[in-house]
Ligand binder design. Structure first.
Ligand code: 5AD
Length: 351
């Protein structure tokens, strides 16, 4: 029965929600193997053996939001706050460029000291100095005007995970003033403005059921994001969910394969969180259907402070300095690290 549903997904790239839920509830090594093989094959159709890399610059950990799962939430008094200046950020890009990065992801908390009026000129600066590179922003929920300003300044991509598509579950993970409608509104605005949009969710977040996960897929079928970032939920000790169990490697890998099969052209990273719960997590992620890696380009001195969750990788191969060993890891799973912007299929670069 389960194998028959899997074969149908592989043939049709879609499933009714109840069948998707059945797969999620019957996660076995055999099911994972079947789906992973099909997912990898499908990924090769559009992206060949290339794995794209993004240089992640975590430029501020100040945040006005208070998400219960996140280590840099406003309510966490135990974290040392930092904010990189424009010159430091440009320095990260310069180092990154020399290592072969052609996409810079500027990610940060929702920092009032980094308003849109400050972020937009920074994006323009980076685009001017590195015309052959893409800038991806990931700075949370903003106004439509702000998103337009970023786009006009040269940002072509935006990452904003929807976290969970079910309003009730969203409210369980966030304080009341953070509204699920607003999150979804932001995502639709970003799509309308012409961004390559990244959405996604945590696997195994507190209170998450297979029905919630099926709803996440349904939401993304409507949104049609170009990028989908998922990783296991990992508790951070100074948050309200500090003692909740982490999401599992097995369910995350199953979700990666399912995502590839539902969204064949999507850019799907093997995330840091996946690399954190298992030493070979990112390789396994690639084998399950992911095709992007996002090593850390932030200055060493602040890496530890971007503590979304406990034990977050920030040294070794997670660091951009270790591009060669990352390349070797990808080679070991039959793939090649590409020195290219790695745009979504069908999205030409905007120079
Ligand atoms: N565990 C795993 N992922 C987390 N994120 C935030 N906190 C955690 C956590 N404790 C993810 C969220 C956010 C992204 C930047 O990091 O999904 O969108």
């Amino acid at each position: 029965k389960i194998q028959a549903i899997a074969m149908r997904l592989i043939a049709e790239h879609d499933l009714p929600p109840q069948d998707l839920q059945a797969l999620l509830e019957n996660n076995s090594p055999q099911l994972r193997r079947t789906l992973a093989e099909a997912a990898q094959e499908l990924c090769r159709v559009y992206y060949g053996d290339e794995v794209y890399m993004r240089g992640l610059i975590e430029f501020t950990n100040e945040c006005r939001s208070d998400c219960y799962y996140c280590g840099i939430r406003r309510g966490n008094g135990a974290v040392r706050r930092y904010r990189l200046g424009e010159e430091e950020i440009l320095g990260c890009c310069r180092r990154g460029y020399d290592w072969g990065f052609r996409t810079f992801v500027l990610q940060g908390g929702e920092d009032p000291q980094y308003p849109p009026e400050r972020i937009a000129p920074l994006v323009a600066c980076i685009r001017r100095e590195f015309p052959d590179c893409a800038v991806t922003l990931s700075v949370g929920e903003c106004s439509d005007d702000a998103y337009r300003m970023f786009f006009d300044a040269g940002a072509e991509r935006y990452l904003l995970r929807h976290e969970t598509a079910c309003d009730g579950h969203y409210r369980m993970l966030h304080p009341l003033r953070q509204r699920p409608e607003n999150r979804k509104r932001c995502l639709r605005t970003l799509k309308r403005l012409g961004y390559q949009v990244g959405s996604g969710f945590m696997v195994g977040s507190p209170g998450q059921s297979s029905a919630h996960l099926a709803a996440d897929f349904q939401f993304m079928k409507e949104l049609q994001p170009q990028m989908i970032g998922i990783g296991p939920f990992i508790p951070q000790r100074d948050t309200p969910f500090g003692h909740a169990p982490a999401g599992t490697l097995e369910l995350t890998l199953l979700c990666l394969s399912l995502l590839r099969l539902f969204f064949p052209k999507a850019l799907i990273p093997a995330t840091t969180a996946l690399g954190t719960i298992a030493a070979d997590g990112r390789e396994l992620g690639i084998l399950a259907g992911a095709n992007v890696v996002m090593p850390n380009l932030s200055p060493q001195a602040v890496r530890r402070d971007y503590a979304l969750y406990d034990h977050k990788l920030c040294a070794g191969d997670e660091a951009a300095e270790c591009r060669d060993s990352l390349a070797l890891r990808m080679k070991n799973v039959g793939r090649r690290l590409a020195v290219s912007r790695g745009d979504a299929y069908g999205f030409p670069p905007r120079y």
